[in-house]
Design a protein around this ligand. Sequence first.
Ligand SMILES: [Zn+2]
Length: 86
Amino acid sequence: MFLSSQQCSYCGSTIEPGERWVREKIFEPTLNAREPRYHRYHADVSDGQEVSCWEKHLVEKEIVRATTRAAFRSYQAAAAQKLSRM
Ligand SMILES: [Zn+2]
């Protein structure tokens, strides 16, 4: 369904078959679109890295949402459940 964009939204690299990835639902109210878009992130740690693209992305979101940490935690838990394997 979303096979056309197998690209990590964080690093821009292609997500190879067999690699774990996380899909994040993106709502863009300005576009008035009925269907949300999806971002994908590497969930596996690549060579030389300490954290995955997904975790880096979460950290960035955490900084943005520092004032709403409770909401962030529940979001994080929900996102973890979406962890998928291609
Ligand atoms: Zn990546």
